[in-house]
Design a protein around this ligand. Structure first.
Ligand code: 5CA
Ligand code: ZN
Length: 403
C-alpha cells in the first residue's frame, strides 16, 4: 500500500547516544543495539474511524525510536500494517451502510494526512491485511501442528505455546479477562482452552472471504501482524511496538506464533508499549466514542503544537487530554520559534548533548523539552551570542518539530 511522504531530517554533528528502551517482556530498560539496519514493526490502525490522539501518541513514540536510531547512523526498516478487514470495521460499515473497503480506504487516507501533518516518518512497508491474505493463510498452514479446527475455524492450541505468558507476564485470570475484553472468545464452546486464539475464520454468509490454501475465509487478528513482520523484517527483529492495550492478547499471541513458525525466541527483541491516552476518565477508543481527532486539532492549532502536546508526556505514561495542554503547547512553540528567530543564544552543543541523552534514556521526551525550554529562556533573555541554526536542526531531527 502507498505510505505517506517523508519529512526532511537534518543531519546532526557530533556523537549520538545509543538508545536504551524499556522491554515489556523482560521488564527492564536496556540498550537496543540494532545492526546496520534497525528493524521496527508497529501495529497500525483498524481504519473504521479517524485518527485520535491516542493513536498519534503511539505512532509518535515509535517515530522517536526511528529518529534516535537514524541519529546513531542506522538505516531503519520500518513496517506498519493496517487492519483493513476485521470485525469492528465490518460492523461499522454495516451499521452505517457503507462499503467496508471504501470506509477503510477513506480512513487510511485521512490517517496518512494526519501522520504527514505531524511529521511522522513513514514506514518503508505499509501493508494492508487484504493485500497479504494468501501469505497469512500460508503461515497458518505452517503452524498446522500447533492448531486445531473448530467448525471450520482454525485455532492456535495454547498447549503448544511453551512461552505463552512471557511477553505480558499477566496471570491466568488477567489473561482471561483481557481476552474477553479485547476481541477474544474465551467462552466459545468446543475450544480446548479458553485462551486458544483464532487464526483463521472460515467464510460466513455476507462476510468478505478469500480463496486460499485453507479454503475460503479471512485471517484472525494476531496472525496478520506475525505474517507481515516475518515477510518484511524476519524473526528476531528489533522492536515490536504498539499501545499498551496490545500487550495482551495481541503481542502475546503474535510472539507465540512467531516462535512456533521459526523456532526463534524472542520473536521481537523488544516489546515496547506506549501508554493509553484518555478523555474524561476513560481510555480514548473508537468503540467508546470519546475521541479527540487529530484532524480536528490541526484545524484549531499548528500541527507542531499538537506534536508538542504528545511529546510533553513520557510515552509510557497513561494520561488524559485537556484543551489546556494544547494552549500550553502553542505557547511553548511560540517561545521556541521566537528564540530561534532571534538567532542568538547560548552554545547549542551542550543542548544537543542533553537532548540526545534524554531521548536515549527510554525516550524521555519531556526531559528533552525542558532542556530546550531552558535554552530558549536564556536566548530570549538576551544571554549568549551563538547562532541558533543547530537548535533548529536538532529540534527538527530528534523531536520532529519544525520551528
Ligand atoms: N489494528 C490493530 C493493531 S494490529 C489496532 O489496535 N488498531 S487500533 O486502531 O485500535 O489502534 C492503533 C494503535 O493505536 C495501536 O497501536 C493501539 O495500541 C494504539 N491505541 C489505540 N487506542 C489508544 C489510546 N487511547 N491511547 C494510546 N494508544 C492507543
Ligand atoms: Zn498488530
Amino acid at each position: 500500500m502507498r505510505s505517506w511522504s517523508a519529512p526532511n531530517i537534518p543531519r546532526l554533528p557530533g556523537d549520538s547516544v545509543p538508545l536504551r528502551l524499556y522491554d515489556t517482556a523482560t521488564k527492564e530498560i536496556r540498550p537496543t543495539d540494532p545492526g546496520p539496519t534497525a528493524r521496527l514493526y508497529v501495529c497500525g490502525i483498524t481504519p473504521y474511524d479517524a485518527t485520535h490522539l491516542g493513536h498519534a501518541n503511539t505512532y509518535l513514540a515509535f517515530d522517536l525510536v526511528g529518529r534516535v536510531w537514524r541519529d546513531m547512523g542506522r538505516q531503519v526498516h520500518y513496517t506498519q500494517n493496517a487492519t483493513d478487514v476485521d470485525d469492528p470495521l465490518l460492523e461499522r460499515a454495516d451499521k452505517t451502510g457503507q462499503d467496508w473497503r471504501e470506509l477503510a480506504e477513506r480512513e487510511i487516507e485521512l490517517f496518512r494526512s494526519d501522520m504527514e501533518a505531524l511529521r511522522v516518518i513513514p514506514p518503508r512497508d505499509y501493508v494492508g491485511v487484504t493485500e497479504v491474505v494468501g501469505e497469512v493463510a500460508e503461515l497458518v498452514r505452517r503452524l498446522g501442528p500447533s492448531t486445531y479446527t473448530l467448525e471450520g475455524d482454525i485455532y492456535f492450541d495454547r498447549a503448544d505455546a511453551p512461552k505463552f505468558g512471557e511477553v505480558s507476564g499477566y496471570s491466568e485470570a488477567q489473561m482471561l479477562a483481557l481476552s474477553a475484553e479485547r476481541g477474544g472468545d474465551p467462552a466459545r464452546p468446543g475450544k480446548r482452552d479458553p485462551l486458544d486464539w483464532l487464526l483463521w475464520r472460515a467464510e460466513r454468509p455476507g462476510e468478505p472471504a478469500w480463496d486460499t490454501v485453507l479454503g475460503r475465509g479471512r485471517p484472525g487478528w494476531h496472525v496478520e501482524c506475525t505474517a507481515i513482520a516475518l515477510a518484511t523484517l524476519g524473526a528476531g527483529f528489533d522492536v515490536a511496538g504498539g499501545g499498551s492495550d496490545l500487550i495482551f492478547p495481541h503481542h502475546e499471541c503474535g510472539a507465540s506464533e512467531g516462535h512456533a513458525a521459526t523456532g526463534e525466541w524472542p520473536f521481537a527483541r523488544f516489546y515496547s508499549h506506549a501508554g493509553m491516552v484518555g478523555l474524561d476518565g476513560e481510555k480514548m477508543s473508537k468503540s467508546k466514542g470519546n475521541l479527540v481527532f487529530v484532524s480536528r486539532l490541526r484545524e484549531q492549532a499548528d500541527p507542531m503544537a499538537v506534536r508538542l502536546v504528545l511529546l510533553a508526556h513520557h510515552y509510557r505514561e497513561d494520561w488524559e487530554y485537556t484543551p489546556g495542554q494544547l494552549a500550553a503547547a502553542e505557547a511553548r512553540l511560540a517561545r521556541w520559534r521566537a528564540a530561534v528567530a532571534g538567532d542568538s543564544g547560548p552554545d547549542p552543543e551542550p543542548l544537543l548533548a542533553a537532548v540526545r541523552e534524554r531521548l536515549a534514556d527510554d525516550l524521555d521526551a519531556p526531559g528533552a523539552l525542558r532542556a530546550i525550554d531552558a535554552w530558549a529562556e536564556e536566548a530570549l533573555a538576551g544571554r549568549g551570542d551563538r547562532p541558533a541554526g543547530l537548535v533548529r536542526d536538532l529540534v527538527d531531527a530528534l523531536l520532529g518539530v519544525e520551528l
